[in-house]
Design a protein around this ligand. Structure first.
Ligand code: NAP
Length: 241
């Protein structure tokens, strides 16, 4: 019998698609979100912005697991000054604090051969105006995951930052932005994620175009990259739902 994979934000979108893929490989699942999804497994209804929600997830999970997927996350979009303060705070609590806390809580349950997947984003490779808190949260996840990957490699625990580009899911509705052209499906991202995990990638960028754009930024001055990011973000933000 294979060991369990714990997936946060598994009620829809990328998390749900990842749950389907891991179930297809025969893993039992522990699935966390505030609402129930439709994939079979031990469902834990919890709010992961809170320490209590994270401890509830830990308590419902087995003593040894195959992997932890920190997928739950959301974005706010628009000028920072106009955002609701509590929503901004919750982006950090869920996208940053919960990722650190859950990695720490679950680490004793991982052994050689286990993995952690943290959902970063192509938005984490540069600051994105009108997406300021979100892009910064994903920059954190990226940096944290790469550091952890190096620390945990001698123990045989693989850590991967999964970096999707624009992906069709509940994300756009939550952030109140339009779906940008050239988007991927959650299923495509999940299939790619498992292949990247098999290949022991530490930073897995979905989509050749996304990978190329990120690579090409390396030689650009930071200020130019920020201005281009704003130009890309503006129409997406203006075309609200
Ligand atoms: N879609 C994209 O374009 C894109 C691109 C790059 C990265 N990502 C990242 O991919 C991850 C998954 O997002 P998605 O696109 O699949 O969005 P989604 O469809 O909105 O799914 C988000 C998931 O997180 C759960 N969630 C939200 N708030 C939560 C909370 N407080 N406690 C527990 N669970 C919570 C949601 O369930 P409940 O609402 O039921 O709690 C849902 O299952 C996120 O980290 C996101 O930043 C997305």
């Amino acid at each position: 019998m294979k060991e369990t994979v714990v997936i946060t934000g598994a009620s829809r979108g990328i998390g749900r698609a990842l749950a389907v893929e891991f179930a297809g490989r025969g893993h039992p699942l522990v699935l966390a979100a505030r609402s129930r999804g439709d994939v079979a497994g031990t469902v834990v209804e919890c709010d992961l912005t809170t320490p209590e929600g994270r401890e509830k997830l830990l308590a419902a999970s087995p003593a040894k697991i195959a992997g932890l997927v920190n997928n739950a996350g959301f974005a706010t979009a628009g000028p920072f000054a106009e955002q609701d303060r509590m929503r901004e705070r919750d982006v950090v609590r869920l996208n940053v604090e919960a990722v650190v806390d859950l990695c720490h809580l679950f680490l004793p349950r991982l052994q050689a051969g286990s993995f952690i997947i943290n959902l970063a984003s192509t938005a984490g490779f540069q600051p994105v105006p009108l997406f300021a808190t979100y892009s910064a949260s994903k920059a954190f996840v990226l940096s944290f995951s790469e550091a952890l990957a190096e620390e945990l490699a001698p123990r045989g625990i693989h850590v991967m930052a999964l970096c999707p580009g624009v992906t069709e899911s509940g994300f756009q509705k939550e952030a109140n932005v339009a779906l940008a052209p050239g988007y991927a499906t959650s299923e495509e991202v999940a299939k790619y994620a498992l292949k990247a995990l098999d290949g022991k990638k530490r930073v897995a960028i979905h989509g050749t175009k996304n990978a190329f754009l990120i690579f090409s930024q390396r030689l650009s001055p930071r200020i130019a990259t920020v201005k281009v990011a704003r130009k890309i973000m503006e129409p997406w933000f203006k075309e609200r739902h």
